[in-house]
Design a protein around this ligand. Structure first.
Ligand code: SAH
Length: 347
């Protein structure tokens, strides 16, 4: 079984020619797939080519919506089924400026952060580039969009998985999703979120896509970070800040720092002061997130008052920061929660 979306346009043209068909069919075929068409739909391409692809067990749509749960605020939580039966999730967030799709890069996650639901059931496998693109195609179709009339405006790679731990497929995905003859996303509308794999942050900078980089820091010092993020044992915060500065230097993009506020762990005014000190020379914006409590994890969410106090301490120290409005709470908006419930139901 092969996924057609794993190939670039150029690679696909070569395959099509090797099947004895004309080169231009490759783009025609991709247009149909980006419009959400599958073998069961009417595709405006010669039947002989479609038959050859189907005989070669080439998959057109690698992702299917298995469940869609709409929240009171109109955000949508998707459970998608992959061709091998694995389940991943995604969230569609609806803002005044457009529709943001949160996408996954792995089935499960190796990182096992103490606050996150995605690592609870371990790591299963990387998603291929086509499976990452497939999430955008599927959600776009759900909104009534097409290739030419795209309804998804922004992409955040903040679903389950660590994007930089699946670097090769991430790079392929970036190349395809920004392709001018396909979805043509601007890098300004793409955010990659990472737990801080230092060498890969540098590699991403050198790749030249200039996407927004979001770093899940979540702690003001290494001692606390090691308690909640096992990856902190491999990379100290100082190395992450250096890599972030390098990313900023190469791409001229301001870095986003994600900081989940966890009661009694990292949310005192003193922690805010330590954080401000770490970030004072880094062009960045801090996104504070009130912990979304996860079944199976013991960490607690702080009061809104203490979150505001943390925010104000940062602002008083001239650090740009906001407390993120939490969308989709009632549909288990935090990473991996819906998938975990579904896996429990299946077992
Ligand atoms: N592995 C990447 C991307 C996935 S996590 C990373 O670490 O950045 C993306 C973001 O999800 C995290 O930064 C965090 O902001 C958020 N997140 C995960 N679990 C959460 C929870 N329980 N409550 C609030 N936010 C959570």
């Amino acid at each position: 079984m092969k996924i057609l979306l794993d190939y670039s346009l150029q690679e696909l043209e070569e395959i099509i020619v090797s099947l004895g068909e004309q080169k231009f069919r490759a783009k025609q075929l991709l247009d149909a797939i980006y419009n959400g068409k599958d073998y069961s739909d009417k595709i405006n391409i010669n039947k002989s080519l479609i038959d050859k692809l189907q005989d070669s067990q080439i998959v057109l749509q690698p992702i299917n919506i298995y469940k869609a749960k709409v929240s009171k605020d109109d955000s949508v939580k998707f459970l998608y089924k992959l061709n091998d039966g694995n389940i991943i999730e995604g969230v569609l967030l609806r803002y005044a400026f457009g529709n943001t799709l949160c996408i996954s890069t792995q089935v499960g996650c190796k990182m096992n952060c103490a606050f996150c639901a995605s690592g609870l059931n371990g790591f299963v496998r990387n998603l291929s580039a086509g499976e990452i693109i497939g999430q955008v195609i599927t959600a776009n179709k759900y909104l009534g969009g097409t290739l030419k009339d795209r309804k998804i405006t922004n992409l955040v790679l903040m679903g389950s998985g660590e994007p930089l731990d699946n670097f090769e497929n991430l790079a392929k995905f970036l190349s395809q999703i920004t392709n001018e003859s396909l979805f043509n996303f601007s890098v300004r509308n793409i955010t990659i979120s990472t737990c801080g794999l230092v060498p890969k942050i540098e590699k991403l900078a050198d790749l030249g896509y200039n996407v927004t980089l979001s770093i899940s820091l979540h702690a003001p010092n290494d001692t606390i970070r090691k308690q909640i993020m096992p990856i902190a044992k491999s990379y100290p915060i100082s190395a992450i800040i250096e890599a972030a500065k390098y990313y900023n230097l190469v791409t001229s993009r301001r870095i986003t720092i994600e900081y989940i506020l966890i009661d009694g762990v990292n949310n005192t005014p003193n922690h805010a002061k330590q954080l401000a000190e770490l970030l004072k020379d880094l062009p960045c914006h801090v996104n504070l997130i009130k912990l979304n409590e996860v079944d199976g994890r013991s960490l607690k969410t702080p009061t809104i008052g203490s979150c505001k106090q943390f925010l104000n301490t940062l602002l008083n120290l001239q650090i740009s920061a906001t407390l993120r409005r939490s969308l989709g709470d009632d549909i288990e908006g935090a990473c991996g929660q819906l998938r975990n419930r579904e896996l429990k139901n299946i077992k």
